[in-house]
Design a protein around this ligand. Structure first.
Ligand code: NAD
Length: 266
């Protein structure tokens, strides 16, 4: 029997790389896709040479999606068991101060990139029994986060797409999952909000919030692929937010407004 196969965007770093390691340890073939060519080359060294394929690609480019998936499925013996649509970026700062370039970049990568990936993967997933699409959203897709308006908008879009496809693709035998973690200590948290000199990582620390180890996220993806839940909510803050969004949304709203007022007062 040919090994099961997972294709991962954002595979050179952070959550994507940790998920790749977790699945590879279970004997899976992994396809790592990323814009970061040097990062991919370094990541590749951590896998058995005959069980890994790498693709330098930009998730905003439909042509690159088609070429990479065609090549990967040929290498895997015709199967695509899991498509992990995970590449993403963070752009912080107030909505009104966001540049047009940053706006297009974050929406292009975090929304269009995920949509193009799901679309390009569909025929291969449909042809592989028991397959699964996993899209990475965020805790920012549970309740909109003041100071991260565009990021939240993108993650809500990913969540909506996932919930819709979970129903739409059920007759094709394709499971769909949406990963919604709170804070994971990856390079994504190096992001500095415009007009400040503090990274997102420092913001998490200052607020006394937790970091969830990347291996915990990888295991949650593995369990999600093999379980029955659509929403994979990972991390203490994400779980608390999901509870509060359902039962006491007024408290989240009040807290967010107070936090923004305090920031403005300096
Ligand atoms: P990361 O920066 O370590 O990894 C993201 C990877 O995506 C990088 O290797 C980057 O080169 C790649 N990438 C960026 N733009 C790309 C593009 N256009 N095409 C292809 N690849 C591209 O960050 P991470 O934390 O592992 O982030 C992975 C996902 O998890 C993102 O979607 C992010 O929004 C989400 N997430 C992260 C956190 C966190 O706290 N780190 C929390 C919730 C959700």
């Amino acid at each position: 029997m040919t090994a099961k196969a997972i294709f991962i965007t954002g595979g050179a770093s952070g959550i994507g790389l940790a998920v790749a390691k977790h699945f590879a340890a279970q004997g899976w073939r992994v396809g790592l896709a990323d814009v970061n060519a040097a990062g991919l080359e370094a990541a590749k060294a951590g896998f058995a040479a005959d069980k890994v394929n790498t693709y330098v690609m930009d998730v905003r480019d439909r042509g690159q999606w088609d070429a990479a998936l065609k090549d990967f499925v040929a290498a895997s013996g015709g199967r695509l068991d899991v498509m992990f649509n995970n590449a993403g970026i963070a752009v912080g700062g107030t909505f009104a101060d966001t540049s047009a370039e940053d706006m297009d970049r974050v929406l292009g990568i975090n929304i269009n990139g995920v949509i193009y990936g799901a679309y390009a993967a569909h025929p291969y997933l449909k042809a592989t029994p028991g397959s699964c699409l996993v899209n990475t959203a965020s805790a920012a897709g549970i309740y909109g986060s003041a100071g991260l308006a565009l990021y939240s908008a993108g993650k809500f879009a990913v969540r909506g797409l996932s919930e819709a496809l979970d129903g739409e693709w059920a007759p094709d035998g394709i499971k769909v999952r949406v990963l919604m973690p709170s804070f994971i200590d990856t390079p994504l948290l190096d992001t500095v909000a415009p007009g400040t000199n503090r990274t997102a990582r420092e913001g998490v620390r200052d607020a006394g919030l937790e970091f969830t180890p990347v291996e915990v996220v990888a295991k949650a993806v593995w369990d999600g692929v093999h379980g029955d839940k659509v929403h994979l909510i990972v991390g203490k803050t994400a779980k608390r937010l999901a509870f509060a969004a359902r039962w006491m949304p007024g408290a989240i709203r009040k807290q967010a407004r107070n936090r923004i007022l305090e920031t403005r007062r300096g």
